[in-house]
Design a protein around this ligand. Structure first.
Ligand SMILES: N[C@@H](CCC[C@H](N)C(=O)O)C(=O)O
Length: 335
């Protein structure tokens, strides 16, 4: 089918979110001729809908289970090979169209199976997606290092990271997301922040901190995200044991999560690959539970991560279909 829009055409899109990570979902047959321009436009908080990305979906309903090819185009126009919450939304979209309770999602990081998890009538659908085996292998992440980056001082990756980057009361603002690597040298050194670099389909720099809410992520995020050690950039994911902010420890453990996302160039309300990255990093650092199940609490809700017997991660959480939209192609088609 042609993707050239005529003046009277509209683009059908649906808005979904997975724990607050929100997306426009667009059938790949819709008349969007320039996907990157379209994504920049609809993700814009003022001129568009302020979503965290656009999922272009090509449904192949004749397979059993049905398959869908998912392409995530982010607010900056970049294409990400994987998205945990996006995959869960894509699965819900495919299930609605096919009536299936299990689907396969073809991503640039590989094919992933997703299943509906039964819930009570009042609760939003829960969708679980397999996200393969996380790895800290430096070539996979990728991160420029001779060995896996596990619990390394951040200033080894960002040679001049400053305590001040962690201090929310510091009003000397961070350089913006277009920061050049050499500009990082203006910020001085600390070894208090320790990074574990994990590939969960996309790169994550994970740091365990005492309290995620005490970190100035607006400032820290761009510095780590653009560190020269990450040739393709990195998502920056913070975790703190919920017992640090509440009374008592728990097993399985509960971690509060915040993620600054590459491509969004901002913090999002949830990040699925980030939740898996925390669980993977916690395992590497022996912070894991005996049961091998993790509960992650990003600002937008609660995600569960577990590992199967081959150490493949399964990410589970709610998905909400918020709205269906008709966008005038002449305005949004980006011809
Ligand atoms: N929000 C996503 C991750 C999307 C990709 C990421 N921003 C990147 O560019 O690596 C998730 O839920 O995993």
């Amino acid at each position: 089918m042609s993707t050239m829009a005529t003046d009277h055409e509209s683009i059908e899109a649906s808005r979904y979110h997975g724990t607050g990570n929100d997306f426009l979902l667009v059938d790949a047959d819709e008349p969007v001729s320039k996907r990157r321009s379209f994504a920049r436009r609809v993700c814009d908080p003022d001129d568009g809908f302020g979503v965290d990305g656009v999922l272009f979906l090509a449904l192949e309903p004749d397979f059993a289970p049905p398959r869908v090819v998912m392409t995530l185009v982010q607010p900056d126009g970049s294409v990400a090979p994987m998205c945990g919450n996006g995959a869960r939304c894509a699965a819900a979209w495919t299930m609605e169209r096919t009536g299936a309770d299990a689907v396969m999602i073809d991503t640039q990081a590989g094919s992933r199976r997703a299943e509906r998890v039964p819930t009570g009538a009042e609760e939003p659908d829960r969708i679980a997606v397999e996200l393969d085996r996380p790895t800290a292998d430096p070539d996979s992440v990728p991160v420029r290092a001779d060995e896996a980056v596990v619990d390394r001082p951040a200033d080894e990756l960002v040679p001049s990271l400053d305590e001040r980057a962690l201090d929310p009361s510091n009003d000397e603002r961070a350089p913006d997301a277009s920061i050049e690597a050499d500009v990082l040298d203006v910020v001085v050194s600390t070894d208090s922040l320790r990074i574990t670099a994990v590939d969960t389909g996309v790169p994550h720099a994970v740091a365990f901190v005492e309290d995620v809410d005490a970190v100035d992520l607006d400032r820290l995020g761009p510095i780590i995200r653009h560190a020269g050690a990450f040739p393709r950039g990195a998502n920056v994911t913070l975790a703190s044991p919920a017992s640090a902010t509440e009374n008592g420890a728990s097993d399985p453990p509960v971690f509060d999560q915040r993620t600054y996302e590459r491509g969004v160039e901002d913090e999002t309300d949830a990040c699925g690959t980030g939740a898996v990255a925390i669980a993977a990093a916690a395992s590497l650092l022996d912070r894991g539970p005996s049961s091998d199940v993790w509960t992650l609490r990003p600002p937008g809700g609660t995600l569960l991560v577990r590992f199967d017997d081959q150490r493949r991660a399964v990410l589970e959480g709610p998905v909400v279909h918020e709205a269906d939209l008709d966008l005038p192609a002449s305005e949004y088609g980006c011809r």
